[in-house]
Ligand binder design. Structure first.
Ligand code: ADE
Length: 229
C-alpha cells in the first residue's frame, strides 16, 4: 500500500519530511516528490504550491506516476465556523469549489454539468482519524471545507461562503484534490488546522500561526499513517 501525503506549501510538509528522516527525491513536472518508508508504510510526499491548478497536478502525479493508492492532505485553513479557533483541527466530510460559478445558466454555485457540487471524503479514513483523535484526547471537528483560488480576508465574502455552502472552513486546494481522487477512485482524506479566521486580520494571523498550525496537522496525519500500515 503506497500512500500519498501532500500539502500546498513547504511548511506543510516539512514536519513530515523531518519525521521520515531519509527519502529519495524525484523531480517531475517542476516539482519534487519525496519517497520514503515510515514504520513499514511506503509514502510519497510532496507540496504542490498554492491553489487548485498546482494541487490538481500534484495529486494526479502522485496517483498516476507514483502509484499511490490512498491520499492524505495536511495543511492549514481559514475558519468559517465560529466554533473553530487557531490551531483547531478540522476533517473534511465533503468539499466544494466556492469560486466555481456558472449560475448564469441556472446551476448552483460550485457545480458544473457531470461534476458534483460536494465531493465526500473516504469514510474509513475519517474513522481512522477519529480513533487517533480519541487516543490523543483531542477534539477534531468534522465538516464542510470549501476551496477557491483566493485568500479570503473579507467578512462579506466569508459570510457569503458560509451561507451558500454551509462551510466550516476554507482553503485553496482541498476540492481540486477531491475532484482528482474521486475521478480516479482513490480514497482520500483532507485535514486542516486553523491559521486564521478569513477576516480582515487573516493575513497577519496566517503569518503568525501558519507554521505551528501546519505542524499540528502534519503530526496528526503521521499518527494516522501508523494505523494504516
Ligand atoms: N488558508 C489558510 N487561510 C486561508 C484563507 N483565509 N483563505 C484561503 N486559504 C487559506
Amino acid at each position: 500500500m503506497k500512500i500519498a501525503i501532500m500539502g500546498a506549501m513547504p511548511e506543510e510538509v516539512a514536519p513530515i519530511l523531518e519525521k521520515v528522516g531519509e527519502y529519495k527525491v524525484t523531480e517531475y513536472a517542476s516539482n519534487k516528490y519525496y519517497e520514503a518508508t515510515y514504520n513499514g508504510v511506503e509514502l510519497v510526499i510532496a507540496y504542490s504550491k498554492i491553489g487548485k491548478v498546482f494541487s490538481t497536478l500534484t495529486a494526479t502525479t502522485m496517483i498516476e506516476k507514483f502509484g499511490c493508492e490512498k491520499l492524505l492532505f495536511s495543511g492549514v485553513a481559514g475558519a468559517v465556523s465560529a466554533d473553530l479557533k487557531v490551531g483547531d483541527l478540522i476533517i473534511a466530510s465533503s468539499l466544494a469549489q466556492h469560486d466555481l460559478d456558472i449560475t448564469a445558466f441556472g446551476h448552483p454555485y460550485g457545480y458544473v454539468p457531470e461534476g458534483k457540487q460536494f465531493i465526500e471524503t473516504d469514510k474509513s479514513l475519517r474513522e481512522v482519524a477519529k480513533s487517533v483523535a480519541s487516543e490523543m484526547g483531542v477534539t477534531v471537528k468534522e465538516g464542510v471545507i470549501v476551496t477557491g483560488d483566493q485568500f479570503v480576508c473579507d467578512l462579506d465574502r466569508k459570510n457569503w461562503i458560509e451561507s451558500t455552502f454551509k462551510a466550516d472552513a476554507l482553503e485553496m486546494e482541498g476540492a481540486s484534490v477531491a475532484c482528482v481522487c474521486d475521478s480516479l477512485d482513490v480514497p482520500f482524506f483532507i485535514l486542516r488546522s486553523i491559521s486564521d479566521a478569513a477576516d480582515m486580520d487573516a493575513s497577519f494571523s496566517f503569518d503568525e500561526f501558519m507554521i505551528s498550525s501546519a505542524k499540528t496537522s502534519a503530526e496528526f496525519v503521521m499518527k494516522m499513517v501508523n494505523k494504516l500500515g
